[in-house]
Design a protein around this ligand. Structure first.
Ligand SMILES: Cc1ncc(COP(=O)(O)O)c(C=O)c1O
Length: 248
């Protein structure tokens, strides 16, 4: 009989399966966040050119090619006015790997990680893989993440809290006031804020802001990905950025 590691045994996907099975054929599947537009043509062509010209034949720098990291830094400068040094960007295999390494790098066994509830399924699983303890923090009635609830849940064992705006599965967008609070909490309590911003462009109401714009310490790391922004879910291209000490 196959025996998985204790860490993997802590992760349950059976609950998700049960929901899918119970939903029936006429249910609308909101399970995968697949954008409803194609990957931009120029991105497809650039990938083909890169392969044909041999650019994909060799190892790159561990953190990703300088031109990609410069493009990512430029995106955040242009969209959010964040003065991001490309040296502080790590390109990853999707937002999923970005989340994984952000948590893996900062959470020790037994540490608590506060996660939005309901929230993206991976937060619970990835925290468990680090050996940490996920602590669900309920959303407000309007489905936004409640900074006061996060602050109230912080203990001496809290290593990090995850925020996600626009949020999966709710689509709720945190107000600037709340996002400023996320930054303040990270600063004042000296805990890491992992800001998952993969739905940055999926805003129907409100405005996307990042705690990175407001934090005064190096206690914020941002996870993002081309998957939802540019409909490139199959490409597995994401990134994480933060202060030099966080990503070196
Ligand atoms: C909130 C959230 N974060 C991260 C991810 C992972 O993104 P990627 O597909 O780039 O790995 C997803 C994917 O659905 C997501 O919904």
């Amino acid at each position: 009989m196959t025996t998985f590691s204790d860490r993997v045994e802590r992760i349950s996907i059976s609950g998700i399966r049960e929901v899918f099975e119970a939903a029936g054929d006429d249910a609308i599947n909101l399970g995968l966040g697949q954008p409803d537009f194609p990957t931009p043509d120029h991105a497809r062509r650039a990938a083909v050119d890169a392969i044909e010209s041999g650019k994909a034949d060799a190892y790159t720098e561990n953190k990703g090619t300088p031109s990609l990291r410069e493009a990512i830094a430029e995106k955040h400068r242009a969209d959010q006015g964040i003065d991001l040094d490309p040296a502080n960007v790590i390109a990853t295999a999707g937002g999923s790997e970005a989340l994984h390494i952000a948590l893996e790098a900062h959470v020790d066994a037994g540490d608590e990680v506060l996660i939005p509830d309901p929230g993206f399924v991976s937060y619970d699983a990835l925290t468990k893989l680090t050996g940490g303890e996920p602590v669900p923090v309920p959303l407000r009635d309007d489905l936004t993440i409640d900074p006061a609830a996060i602050e109230a849940a912080i203990t001496d064992d809290t290593a990090a809290f995850v925020v996600n705006s626009p949020g999966n599965p709710t689509g709720a967008v945190s107000s600037e006031e709340d996002v400023r609070e996320f930054a303040r909490i990270a600063d004042e309590h000296d805990v890491l804020c992992v800001s998952d911003e993969v739905y940055e462009y999926t805003v129907f109401d409100g405005e996307h802001r990042s705690p990175m714009e407001f934090a005064e310490t190096d206690n914020v790391v941002v996870v993002n990905s081309a998957s939802k922004l540019f409909s490139m879910t199959g490409w597995r291209l994401g990134w994480v950025y933060g202060a030099e000490e966080r990503v070196e």
